[in-house]
Write a protein that binds this ligand. Structure first.
Ligand SMILES: [Fe+2]
Ligand SMILES: [Fe+2]
Length: 262
């Protein structure tokens, strides 16, 4: 791990650096030991990014950001980006699944509104209860003030056993935000994919089952199905935008009004 890093709110050269780190981390069935070895080789930028993320994503921070963004009062925007969706479409998945691929990372627009990298990307985790050992770089939580709140450090914290994922306050970022933006437009399976696609400790390592309902566990299958495309569909052939536009215009019109509240 890096010993000399310049403190900065933007340790990643580009927020895609985090995506690349994950792609390598989850490449093929790694053992617990191999995860640790992989993490030790993280670039100083990635390690510093996680240090900031784990230090500053406190319960109070999350509640404040939910208040700021979940009211969807940042204005209205049309949808125009193209991402993971083409790979999903090629595999013959339903239209809502293709659309989910297209929109899943649009919450990164938070960067344009001045949110720091550690508050936009990174693996997500619930706040207000104990951190799972399956979260990447767990040692960095030592600097999070929530570590000194005894209630927040119990297994269930402020939550009830198996209360359901919907009751949890997740560390703030692009996932929870896009889930909120899309909650009136997309089916439930899609909302799980949107909300929890970076919740790696849960969907890849099986953590936090004690806070989930049986329904959540069923729905996590969809998150796993989606994750394959999220990790491995980047950087292949560049889609021809002009050619694809009619298909996507149609898809948007099927699910969305002309403008959406962000
Ligand atoms: Fe994402
Ligand atoms: Fe993504």
């Amino acid at each position: 791990m890096a010993t000399h890093v310049i403190p900065s709110n933007a340790p990643l050269k580009d927020i895609d650096e985090w995506d690349d780190f994950l792609t390598g981390r989850y490449q093929e069935g790694k053992s617990e030991d191999e995860f640790r070895q992989y993490d030790e080789k993280a670039t100083p930028g990635v390690a510093e990014f996680y240090r900031l993320n784990h230090q500053y994503q406190t319960f109070d921070y999350v509640i404040a950001k939910e208040k700021e963004y979940f009211g969807l009062n940042k204005g209205e925007k049309s949808i125009w980006v193209l991402q993971t969706s083409e790979a999903i479409r090629k595999d013959g998945h339903p239209r809502w699944f293709v659309l989910t691929g297209f929109i899943h990372d649009l919450g990164k627009v938070l960067c344009l509104w001045g949110e720091p990298q550690w508050g936009v990307v990174g693996d997500t985790f619930p706040v207000g209860c104990a951190y799972s050992k399956d979260i990447v770089f767990p040692e960095y939580f030592k600097a999070n003030p929530d570590i000194n709140n005894p209630l927040y450090q119990t297994k269930y914290g402020i939550y009830e056993p198996n209360c359901g994922l919907g009751k949890l306050h997740m560390s703030f970022g692009h996932d929870g935000y896009i889930g909120e933006v899309m909650k009136n437009y997309m089916p439930e399976e899609s909302l799980y994919m949107l909300r929890y696609h970076s919740f790696y400790s849960a969907h890849r390592h099986g953590a936090y089952r004690h806070l989930m309902s049986e329904h959540d566990i069923e729905m996590l299958e969809w998150v796993n199905k989606f994750n394959v495309y999220d990790l491995y569909s980047k950087g292949h052939t560049k889609p021809n935008l002009a050619e694809l536009k009619p298909y996507y215009d149609d898809l948007f019109a099927e699910f969305f009004p002309a403008k959406i509240a962000w």
